[in-house]
Design a binder for this molecule. Structure first.
Ligand code: UDP
Ligand code: MG
Length: 317
């Protein structure tokens, strides 16, 4: 029996790019089927992440043209990670293997061939890794690289230059479904699953149409979410900072006692005030970092649903 492949594609306000890229995805599963690598029941599963434009209309129209196009629609915008999870969890019940990819055509779809080969030779997870980012703007490239470095330094184990373009077997998806966290950061979670994994390189292209849905503000909050949901290193750094400040103040105390004894007076309104302000700043910053974790705990304890599926195309019902 050939494996059933589901290509899972989150879409948020992608009416410009969907008509361009959808036929490419279809062509890909068609080619793989002709090559005898996958089953004829393989599908393309679009996840409409509460788009405000005609994305869902396009998806339903596509599903009427060809039964290999399917879709689910979330009740509102829940963000890329939740939309992707929704798609993967729906695919899990129907497929043997899934590939997640963005709908803008930036990730070279031809890499799926190599991913499927790796799967057929025993890998449960295959990561798509960008071999170069020449087509990204210097700014995007710089911030993305900075992001990976910070993540690593903060103790989050993520695959360098890997976004959410990856193959996961049914078994890996079932294991992923046991991770119940609300603060979802798939790039950090998937390596935690384990199993045999491998890497496939591809070159990153330009967005075929439409605009990036990840402006700098979203990227920064994505990075902070990533760090705080994967590692407690920032809290450890605060402990270390507290320790350093304590040692420095002991040195300061000794210094003031000695100058008092030697010169007969200790001066310095300015130095006192600046030290107080400095420590105030350090304390507020530390509280902010701890608060970030408490906020995460708050959300986890509530355990609200990560997504709600409102509509499905006929194939997915
Ligand atoms: N996306 C989504 N929900 C969102 C934002 C983005 O489903 O709230 C999807 C988007 O449609 C695309 C993918 O996530 O398929 C990646 O977004 P984008 O290409 O804008 O990010 P970039 O490649 O610029 O980092
Ligand atoms: Mg993109």
């Amino acid at each position: 029996m050939k494996p059933i492949l589901y290509i899972v594609i989150p879409c948020y306000n992608e009416q410009e790019v969907l008509p361009v890229t959808a036929p490419m995805f279809l062509q890909k599963i068609n080619d793989l089927y002709i090559d005898g690598k996958i089953s004829e029941h393989s599908r393309i599963l679009f996840v409409n992440d509460g788009s405000r434009d005609d994305t869902w209309k396009i998806i339903t129209e596509l599903s009427q043209i060809d039964e290999r196009y399917c879709g689910i629609s979330l009740s509102r915008n829940r963000g890329h990670q939740n939309a992707l999870l929704a798609g993967l969890m729906e695919a899990k019940n129907k497929c043997d293997v899934s590939v997640s990819v963005d709908c803008d055509g930036q990730d070279d779809i031809d890499a799926v061939d190599k991913m499927v080969d790796e799967y057929l030779s025993g890998s449960e997870i295959v990561y798509g890794v960008r071999s170069d980012r020449k087509t990204d703007t210097g700014f995007k490239r710089g911030t993305a690289q900075f992001f990976y470095k910070i993540m690593r330094a903060m103790g989050a184990d993520i695959v360098y230059n890997h976004a959410d373009y990856r193959l996961m077997s049914k078994r890996a998806l079932e294991s992923l479904s046991n991770f119940k966290e609300v603060n979802l950061f798939l790039r950090g979670l998937v390596p935690m699953i384990g199993y045999k994994c491998s890497y496939v390189e591809y070159s990153r292209k330009e967005r075929m149409a439409g605009k990036s849905k990840y402006p700098l503000k979203k990227m920064i909050s994505f990075a902070i979410d990533g760090i705080t949901s994967l590692s407690v290193k920032p809290i450890r750094l605060i402990t270390a900072l507290g320790f350093i400040v304590a040692v420095l103040s002991i040195v300061g105390i000794v210094w003031s006692v000695i100058t008092r004894l030697v010169t007969g007076h200790t001066g310095g309104w300015a130095s006192t005030v600046s030290i107080i302000c400095f420590l105030g700043g350090v304390q507020l910053l530390s509280l902010g970092v701890i608060g970030e974790y408490i906020g995460k705990i708050y959300l986890e304890v509530k355990a609200r649903p990560r997504y709600i599926i409102e509509k499905k195309t006929d194939e997915m019902k």
